[in-house]
Design a protein around this ligand. Sequence first.
Ligand SMILES: Cc1cc2nc3c(=O)[nH]c(=O)nc-3n(C[C@H](O)[C@H](O)[C@H](O)COP(=O)(O)OP(=O)(O)OC[C@H]3O[C@@H](n4cnc5c(N)ncnc54)[C@H](O)[C@@H]3O)c2cc1C
Length: 482
Amino acid sequence: MASKPTSAIVPDCANPFDTQLNLQVILRDDPHYGSRRDSYWAVNSRLAPSCFVLPNSPEQVSAILSALVAQKRQFAIRCGGHSPVPGTNNIADGVTIDLSLLTGVTVDTDSKTVRFGAGNTWRDVYKECTKHKSTVAGGRGGDVGVSGLLLGGGSTWMSAKNGWACDNVLSFEVVLADGRIVTADKNSNSDLYRALKGGSNNFGIVTSFTMPLLPSDRIWGGIGVTPTTAIPEVIDVTWRFTEEQPQHPDSYLMAVMSYFPALGGNVAATVVYQGEGVSDGPEFKGWHELPKVMDTTKETTIYDLSFDITLPRDYHNAWFTLCFNNDKRIMQKAAQAHQAFVNELRAYVSDGDFISQCIFQPVPTIIAEHSAAAGGNVMGIERNSGHAILFHYTAMMKTSEQAAYVYPKLQASFQVIRDYAASVENGLNSWVYSNYADKSQDVIGSYGAENISFMKQVSEKYDPGQVFQKLCPGGWKIPDSK
Ligand SMILES: Cc1cc2nc3c(=O)[nH]c(=O)nc-3n(C[C@H](O)[C@H](O)[C@H](O)COP(=O)(O)OP(=O)(O)OC[C@H]3O[C@@H](n4cnc5c(N)ncnc54)[C@H](O)[C@@H]3O)c2cc1C
């Protein structure tokens, strides 16, 4: 029997766009389709859209959006493709708008700003800034996309000095649902400007960002790896660092309890940074005293360090997050729950090829003060009554069977930690960080009633047809707008 042509087997393989638009459209029968789909960092994001469309200008984004709205077609928006939540950045059977061609990084040394396209990675931006002994308050890992991180908030090396990455955006260029290309900054569309800081893909497609250039030359940073026998000391160092970070805002430390075969199995890692290159300040005294089996710290640049802050591709990923008070008891409980989780997985995954992480990042109250000074965002973190810890709990599995087995186990272990934090007086904060959350978590609902109401108003004003609520289902939508 003759085999059917591909287009008959795979439905919806027709170009939905007018060919006169000269768009780069990658249909399912295109030889580049597979590599585009596999360019996503996590295997679970590698869904099969009807096509990928790659605009190379804001005008092309506008034409694409207008066509999709006219045809009432569902779509997803993808920048760096590093979110592991299925459906956030890709869509099965819809159209995926892939912003990878929106590159270009322009440093303006007169205004001390940098403008960059929404398809860049942080490494692209750091590369240009470094030529001017400068940087921006962006992501730590170089491969991560600028857009997802900035629109979701953005935890950075410099958060205690400059706020969340989104607080540092001076201006967004945005394509609205009706195809208009607008600027959102503190003078024009200032409500949209604030809503985009943490509001993710709910208001439009951002095509470029402008951020202030921050002086940065030689910094000190890297990773220290400590045996798990010293977990209590690592937690103590993390707690103290978080309490004292307001006095040392140009320094950073996060702790990562991990099962990582490449590092020899169970470890307690710490990731450190100092913006002036000073490694022996009092804030790092406890860190220097930790026993280490590996230490990659060195004098370097943010650009070079961005190569070291990476995680392997090609795994099925599950992520959960919460924010709790800076309390050693909660960190200890989390480390114990993580160890029990790892023991369970080691018994199940015979070749030991999986990775888990239980990460504690400092969120001192000074970060919210920087956010307010910059005009505010919509995440509502100023409701934290004291210094806090942003907790990120992850598992990386090789096969879909393992991923299906592990997801409920990670979720159950996460729930144990969450319940414990909630049982401690003032232990649990309500904020859920979009960039680390699982699909089951209520991200926008956690921003607080005032912010939700504000986001609804902005959404109704700039997107009266509710295109980004209805046709762009991925990510976290504004409650009651679905
Ligand atoms: C190795 C690694 C390191 C990381 N380091 C950090 C870190 O230091 N700090 C931190 O806070 N987070 C970090 N993260 C988490 C990261 O912020 C999120 O995964 C983020 O979503 C990735 O952004 P992206 O552009 O690659 O994502 P994508 O997966 O492409 O997009 C994420 C979301 O943003 C939306 N979106 C993307 N572009 C646009 C646009 N232009 N307009 C409108 N909506 C858009 C998408 O629709 C999707 O909902 C890291 C993740 C990894 C895997």
